[in-house]
Write a protein that binds this ligand. Sequence first.
Ligand code: ABU
Length: 853
Amino acid sequence: MEVSAWTRVAWVVMVVVVVIPRAEATPRPLNIGGIFPIGGSDGWQGGQACQPAAMLAMEDVNQRPDLLPGYELNLAWNDSLCEPGLGAAVMYDLLYNPPTKLMLLGGCSTVCTTIGEAAKMWNLVVLSYGSSSPALSDRQRFPTFFRTHPSATVHNPTRIRVMQKYNWSRVAIIQQAEEVFISTVEDLEVRCKDAGIEIVTRQSFLTDPTDAVRNLKRQDARIIVGLFYVSAARRVLCEIYKNKLYGKSYVWFFIGWYEDNWFENHLVEENLNCTREEMKQAAEGHLTTEALMWNKDNEKTISGMTAGDFRLRLNQALIDRGYENQSTPVGYQEAPLAYDAIWSVALALNKTMEVLAAVNRSIEEFTYTNEEIARELYKAMNATQFLGVSGRVAFSTDGDRIAWTQVEQMIDGRYHKLGYYHVQTDNLTWFNREQWIGSKVPQDRTIVRRQLRTVSLALFISMCTISTIGAVWALFLLGFTFAHRHRRLIQLSHPACNNITLVGIVLCLGSIFLLGLDGQFVSQQQFPTVCGLRAWCLTLGFTLAYGAMFSKIWRVHRLTTKTKMENKRVEPWKLYVMVGSFVVVDVIVLSVWQAVDPLQRRLEVFPLEKPKDAVEDIKIKPELEHCESKHNTIWLGLLYGYKGLLLIFGLFLAYETRSIKLKQINDSRLVGMSIYNVVVLCLITAPVTLVISTQQDASFAFVSLAIIFCCFLSMALVFVPKIVEIVRHPGERVEATGDTAPSKEEEERYHKLLHENEEMQRLIAEKEEKIRLLKLKLQERTVLRNREQQQQQQQQQQLASENHVAGVDYSTHHMRLRQGGRPAVRIVTPDASSGGDHASVPRISFDISESYL
Ligand code: ABU
């Protein structure tokens, strides 16, 4: 009995001391839901490392007696594949299946955007360990959203700081068309603008980046920020390789949260057309920016571990899950964020429990319609602060994590840390480990060197030399004409006009010098003056030279076409007036042109050219100076039209008078030939120079040679025969009186003779016409008479036959008719005694018998 009584007591004591307290200590579950992207093919599959990290945190949290006392945190989770639709389905599954979830954990921006926006309907706080989308910072849209993952906007100040460090002020952006990247780029654009950095182009693609990368090349982008998920990054990298957008001239900024060897993984599965070696080559030298996700100080964190300790535990957990022989799983970088997210949840729940306990309430009362407890949970999460394995965890008013960022560079296929940046303090810690191909920091653009296309010096000197010789020769001819001005040969060639031609030639040849005066000799300010001088010099030179020849040929034409004697005199003043009129028209047009719309320097810019021997990344931008007014076409049309008419009319006159030789203008045929030459060359040169105006040497050479040819040939045609003649007969002076023209009497006698000659010719023509008419009439008469004779003969024969019967004779009558047959026309040669001036002209007289007619 005693034994059994003692046994019973012992059992009671055991139950009271051991079993009852144990039963009371059994923790009650606090349930949260988790969504992890793991098995998808696109987007961010960071759940692969984040889910094991979260489970490690669950263990640690649940082992902490001071945290959630009496409760155990439970995580119910599922895979979203980083697909928003599936993410939403997983969320509904978690929420509509008991037990009630107090909070939701999420990763991957696209999924969190969906669940973050919907969670408010269930009064649920969502905490994301893997969403970087800046759009999620919108408190209106996502009022209960928090994240341990920093917003992608934290990269932007870092990128800008690095760009400023290397003086890059021209960048391009290429992005995948996802909200996370669109909102990041929007933020980057604003920051670039504030920093004075030009965004040369922004390319976007949905799945295939081929065109977007090609466009970057077209835009000569050198510093390029690329924002995309890792699988899209591989497609872009392959295109980078194909388009040769890598190497010493390019710097790519990629996102830093890809796995270390992301560029050589999954190439076959993703059907990429690039080999690992090619991908490695294209990836070499790129920079990455990333928020610091691992605590960089070796200090103990809230869990009692350092970041290093956590890494060891995580690695072991991953090995346990079979990742041992694979490369680092996706999300390895973010794993501390997932670990700290669980701690944040635990701390927030703990705080809420304390707050609720103070008012005798329990967190277990939470339902999806309980706004009061939801508010407490929100407040607790908002106030959560601790030192985690990812660094100091705290949330801004937008629910964002505040963090350092790090910059890395891929050198020899491995990432090397270049430095850290803290945006709040603008603290850049830089290790100077960056390496650039060719040891030269790439430029943000092709260096464009402006190069003025100028006339080749050798060509300019050659043309100037020839034109100088021509001008000297023209001056010599002026002297020659003056020295031999008393010679009849010179006098009868209208020397004044020849002198004007020579002055015009000197001006035209001088304009060659002005045409070659370009930017290598004159400044931009002086150039318009040179333009004006060119126009004046060439226009007046042409008008004087050609106008003088034209006036001569015009006079020749007048002299040979007018019948009145008075008009056939060569009056020098008329030629001067004609040349003077041409000059006046020129002066008016040129003055109005200069006053209203003066010639200015216009730069024609040509496409960029690659220099032959450039080592640097340089392109040449050729420029060519032109003289142009605003309404250049109108002015040129006016001058060309007026001069063109003169040229064509001159050509016509020269042709009309080609065989005329006048004593008064003895060189008219040579002048005509000279006009042919000028006209043909001008009609060829003007349009050709318009076409080749972009080739300064060809254009200058063509115009110069045309001018030189015209001038030299004109001088040769008009003056060389005179020189030859004078050299042949040096002492011969045809006219030494100093008269410049034949005497008046001589001219009158000459004109009288001409007049008489014309009268004679007219009379001869009249007489010949009369002779022709008379011959015709004679033929008719002859025919008539023959017919009459035949009739008479017939009648006679008839009569004879009748007379033979009656005996009558008609022979007397027949004789009388024949008496009228004397000659009808006589040509009378006048003898000297008949007097008058028609001694040499035969006279024709008509003596026609009346009886004969
Ligand atoms: N660090 C991973 C971010 C993924 C995302 O924002 O979707």
